[in-house]
Design a protein around this ligand. Sequence first.
Ligand code: PLP
Length: 387
Amino acid sequence: MTDPHIPFAVPDLGAEEAHAVAEVIRSGWITSGPQMRAFESEFSEFAGGSVESVAVNSATAGLHLVLEALGVGPGSEVIVPDWTFTATAEIVRLLGGTPVIVDIDPATLNIDLNRVADAVTNRTVAAIPVHFAGLPVNLTELRSALGAGRVAIVEDAAHALPASSGISSNGVVGDCRESDAAVFSFYATKTITTGEGGMITTRRPELARRCRVMRLHGIDRDAFDRYTSDTPAWGYDVVAAGFKYNMTDIAAAMGRVQLAKASIMREKRAAIASRYADALKGLPIRLPTPAPDDTLHAWHLYVARIGPQSPVTRDEFIQLMAAAGIGTSVHFIPLHRHTFWRSLGTGADTCPVADAEADKAVSLPIYSSLTESQVERIIDTTREILS
Ligand SMILES: *Cc1c(COP(=O)(O)O)cnc(C)c1O
C-alpha cells in the first residue's frame, strides 16, 4: 500500500468559514457590502491601527491600483526584485512603465539592497520590495538606498501575513510606517485565503481614496454629492476609467475568520520550520536563513536549496519526492528566465545570483493543517533522498 499523497499546499478552512459564508448567502447581499467594510476595519486594526485598508479581489489588482494612484505610466521606472512572481512586474508594464529588475541577496533571496542605489534614476517612481517567503525586507535600509524620499515604497506583502521587522520598533508588516502602501494576497495557497482576494494598506488618505474610486469603475459618490445636497440612492459620478477590482462579501466573510486565525496558523508553520531546521541540518541542502531575533517570519514558504554535494539534482529531488507521494514546488522561476521579461533585456548576466539559485531552490510543504506524521514523512523522505 502506498502512503496517501501529501499536497504541497492546503488551505486551513473549516466550519467557521463555511458558517460565515452561508450567513452571507442567506443575507441576500453577496457582493461588496457590510462584510467587506468590517474586514477592512479589522485589517486596519491588525496592521497597527494607523492605516486605511482597501479590500480588492487579488493582490495583483491591489498593486495595479496603488501604482496607478502613484502615477506610474509611460516613462516611469519601478524597481522590482528578479526573484518574484510575474504579478509584481506585470502591473508596472500594464500601466506603460518599465520594471527595473534587480538581483537578489543569496542568503535571504530578498532584493539585494546593495544593488538598489545603482538602479535608481531620475525616472524612478517606486520600488516594490517583496518580503520573500515571509521574511521582511529591511525598509530602513531600502529607503536609504533609494535616496531622499522621492521614490515611493510599495510592499509586495503577498507572503508576509503576519510578519514583522524589528518587533519593538517597526511593528507588523502592513503598518506602512516605512512605506507608502503594502499589498497582501488571499490567494488559495497564501497564509490566509478568501479563494481569491487581496488588501491594500496605506497611511496616505488620498492614495486610499484613489484606490477606492478606481477599484469600482472610477465611480465617485463624493464627487456626485458636490452637485447635489440630496444624493438619491441611484446617483453617482464617473471620474475616471476605472477597474472592477472590488472584493465580494462572500470572500470578506471568509477573510474575517481567517484573519482571526492568522497568528495561530503562523505559529504552526513556525513550528514546522524549526522541525525542518533541526531534522535536515547536516544534509547537502541549504536551509532558509533564520530570521533575526527582532523579526517575525511569516513562514509562508520553506525554500531550501539543493547543494553541490547532493547525490541528486533539484529536478531529480522533486521527482523522487513526487514518487514518494510528497508535493513540492519552486519559488520562483526568476523573472529573467521567462520569455517575456527576457525580451525586455533582463538576463542571467544582469541577475547572476538569482540565475545561480534558480536551479537549486525547492519549496517543501509548510501549512498549518500538516499533521505531525506528515511532517515526519517529509523529513524521512528528504533524508533518504539526500543521504
Ligand atoms: C501570489 C503573489 C502575488 C499575486 O497575488 P494574487 O492575489 O494572486 O494576485 C503577488 N506577488 C507575490 C510575491 C505572490 O507570491
